[in-house]
Design a binder for this molecule. Structure first.
Ligand SMILES: Nc1ncnc2c1ncn2[C@@H]1O[C@H](COP(=O)(O)OP(=O)(O)OP(=O)(O)O)[C@@H](O)[C@H]1O
Ligand SMILES: [Mg+2]
Length: 233
């Protein structure tokens, strides 16, 4: 049985595909057999994989499977049972694919920018998923908000304090580590394989690897049921 990570946020452009590719890349680096299920009809993860292959940078140890609806998703999860890790990249809207992914996942990762608009959307999503789990008589799975496109200038700012206070009041668990805004992540997702297929002579790539490693270690611990910390960054 693989560990399943669902990357979810119905808000478009919050960083789901970026986070899914980073998660897959980190696990593959540690020689796990990894699959990404691209469950978004936009096919961004698929596009990343295909253009990496076309460049001769086939993501080592990462299979890519597309699933256009809930039924395909369930079938893909069954077929991928022999993998160590499955990462589901979900669509940018609320629907059966998102709810199915969340119910099957060991961890639901919700990438979110440091802004109240984004945070309130994430809280609504979690409340909807809780209701859905309740209706299915299933427990709500582990979930974490992951601040994305974070900047060190965000530290000690009012928006960060307000967003954290709001998420804490809503009892929503937030990752301690944030994913920084880095051009390297954009380059990678444009079809350059994983961070480990990019040249490490470049300081910015080393920094991106360090950040990705910290984030994924925390998400792995959360997927295994470790206690969450209430205060990010
Ligand atoms: N940490 C980051 N640093 C730099 N750019 C980022 C980061 N995260 C996301 N981006 C950029 O923001 C845009 C949206 O990211 P991404 O495609 O991962 O979001 P998404 O949630 O999958 O979007 P959609 O809802 O359309 O599927 C992309 O151009 C991506 O390169
Ligand atoms: Mg996407």
């Amino acid at each position: 049985m693989p560990s399943i990570f669902a990357v979810a946020n119905p808000k478009g452009g919050s960083g789901k595909t970026t986070v899914a590719i980073i998660l897959a890349g980190e696990f593959a680096k540690h020689d796990y057999s990894v699959a990404i299920i691209d469950a978004d009809p936009q096919g961004s993860s698929y596009q990343w994989h295909a253009s990496s292959v076309a460049r001769g940078l086939s993501p080592k140890g990462i299979d890519l499977v597309r699933a256009s609806n809930e039924q395909n998703l369930a079938q893909a999860l069954e077929r991928l049972d022999g993998h160590d890790v499955v990462v589901i990249d979900t669509p940018g809207y609320y629907g059966p694919v998102l709810t199915h992914s969340a119910l099957r996942a060991d961890l639901v990762v919700l990438p979110c920018k440091v802004h109240t608009f984004d945070a309130s959307q994430v809280v609504r999503t979690i409340r909807n998923l809780e209701q859905h789990a309740d209706a299915a008589s299933l427990p709500m799975n582990q979930h974490r908000v992951l601040f994305n496109e974070y900047d060190s200038l965000d530290r000690n700012t009012r928006p960060l304090r307000e967003v954290l206070a709001y998420l804490n009041a809503e009892q929503v668990p937030v990752c301690v580590n944030a994913l920084y805004r880095r051009i390297t992540y954009r380059t990678m997702t444009s079809g350059h394989g994983t961070l480990y297929q990019m040249s490490d002579t470049d300081e910015s790539i080393r920094k991106a690897r360090y950040n990705a490693d910290q984030v994924v270690r925390e998400l792995l611990a959360a997927s295994q049921g470790a206690n969450h910390s209430d205060n990010a960054t």
